[in-house]
Design a protein around this ligand. Structure first.
Ligand code: F0G
Length: 443
């Protein structure tokens, strides 16, 4: 039944393969995995996806993830047979991805100096971030392999999403979080949705190590973005953006960079669509790091030992990554940014991220906390809500335009990854008249 899809090591020189039913986040040689499909989906599906927007009370057509189910059919189900797919696919009543599509935000456009800028608010997902795109697919796989407990580490949004889906599917959920480093609104979601919170002294990277260790000891099911089934769901962020553009790819797709799950899923979706002949042009990916958590920026742009780290057709210089991590550990360099969502120093998907950047001729930049807050405030002035990490997108676009890397007549889609879940950040921002877009109260 599942022979048309499998799990495959991303490294071309390794290429180990496993059935879909295997529970693993890496191959036996320790490399990340992709989900691979044998068949090429027919291009006429574009019309079917469009028609499903008139969902006729089918929650899987209403879902912005499962509307594209043929392109992530790792369950190998009959995608037209409701009785069959409704038993298999996990959805929060069709809510994941339903409200997210790219919008023009005129004030952001004016500020960054780009007419054709579209921003896609993924915060309008049921748990308030893009994570629901991938959590619906990861939990679908967990159910397929009869798992009754999921586990993750998180800077807050992954845990909120995992806890929400776990509650809805009546399975257990353990979340490992860096103590004191998670936005209160995110932490409250984990508690509210009944997850077991495990506080780790340290940062996200420490929490991820602890949760992966626990998962490997007890055979736990990890739902972090190193899980290749998460990446499948997150491809639909790109599908929705492209559909809105009549499948005419933009010049750029821009993301904030944390663990690089989004970068990886964007790359995978573009590789597949291009190889299937669904798109004729490959957009360039721009990743925006916070200056305080800028490992990718440092390594990609040769700021450490003058080496530009690249995927290098599947032969990346992994030694330089290890060396940099040792250097950070030795010198007590810890990620530090007010945008705690992306306060990550060791991006777990770095190799997949590099592959995506190579395939798309991508770039990596970095912005300050102040620039992210200005970006966040500006999105608010257009009547949209996003958190500080998402403010990295307008800030990064502005920087890349100033550097003439993004040209003024380029079309750019930026992903606003999450909703505001720490009200103190905008309140403090707006109370301080020194801030560029402050809207201070009158007394
Ligand atoms: N934006 C937001 C709002 C996030 O929550 C995250 C990651 C990112 C961007 C970075 O995305 O990891 O795909 O590069 N949050 C994770 C979490 C790490 O645990 O919630 P990425």
């Amino acid at each position: 039944m599942q022979s048309g899809a499998l799990q495959k090591c991303i490294e071309p020189t390794c290429g180990l393969e496993y059935p879909i039913s295997d529970i693993r986040i890496e191959c036996d040689r320790g490399h990340l995995l992709d989900i691979k499909y044998k068949d090429t989906p027919h291009i006429s599906l574009k019309d079917i996806f469009y028609k499903r927007r008139n969902h006729s009370n089918d929650i899987f057509n209403e879902s912005g993830v499962w509307r594209f189910r043929e392109l992530l059919n790792f369950c190998q189900i009959d995608t037209e047979n409701f009785d069959e797919y409704s038993k298999c696919l996990v959805s929060l009543d069709g809510a994941e991805g339903r409200l997210s599509k790219p919008y023009h935000m005129s004030k952001v456009s004016d500020y960054v100096g780009l007419k054709n800028l579209l921003l896609q608010p993924e915060g309008y997902n049921p748990s308030g971030s893009f994570k629901d795109n991938g959590m619906s697919t990861a939990v679908t796989h967990a159910k397929l392999v009869n798992i009754n407990k999921i586990i993750c580490a998180s800077t807050g949004n992954t845990s909120a999403s995992a806890a929400m889906y776990a509650a809805n599917e009546n399975i257990e959920c353990d979340v490992y979080i860096p103590a004191g480093e998670v936005a209160p609104g995110k932490l409250s979601q984990a508690f509210q949705f009944g997850a077991q919170v495990i506080e780790i002294k340290g940062n996200f990277d420490d929490a991820l190590s602890a949760s992966l260790k626990k998962a490997s000891e007890v055979g736990g099911y990890t739902v972090n973005s190193v899980n290749p089934f998460r990446i499948e769901g997150q491809k639909t962020i790109v599908f929705r953006a492209l559909e809105q553009l009549d499948w005419n790819p933009p010049d750029w797709i821009v993301y904030p960079g944390g663990a690089l799950g989004n970068t990886s899923s964007c790359g995978k979706s573009l590789m597949e669509l291009y190889e299937w002949g669904w798109i004729k042009k490959i957009p360039r990916i721009a990743v925006v790091n916070s200056e305080g958590a800028n490992t990718l920026h440092t390594l990609y742009n040769g700021k450490f030992e003058d080496t530009n780290l690249r995927w290098n057709k599947g032969k990346p210089d992994v030694e330089i990554i290890k060396k940099y991590y040792t250097y950070m550990d030795k010198n007590g360099i810890r990620p530090k940014t007010k945008a705690t969502a992306i306060q990550i120093a060791k991006p777990a998907n770095i190799l997949k991220g590099l592959r995506a950047l190579e395939y798309t001729n991508g770039v990596v930049t970095q912005v300050s906390d102040q620039e992210m807050m200005d970006g966040m405030a500006l999105v608010g002035l257009n009547g949209f809500d996003c958190e500080m990490a998402s403010g990295a997108v307008p800030a990064g676009v502005k920087k890349l335009i100033t550097e003439e890397i993004i040209k003024k007549d380029d079309t750019v889609v930026g992903i606003l990854t999450g909703r505001q879940k720490d009200a103190s950040i905008p309140v403090d921002y707006h109370k301080n008249p020194q801030n560029r877009f402050a809207n201070p109260p009158r007394t």
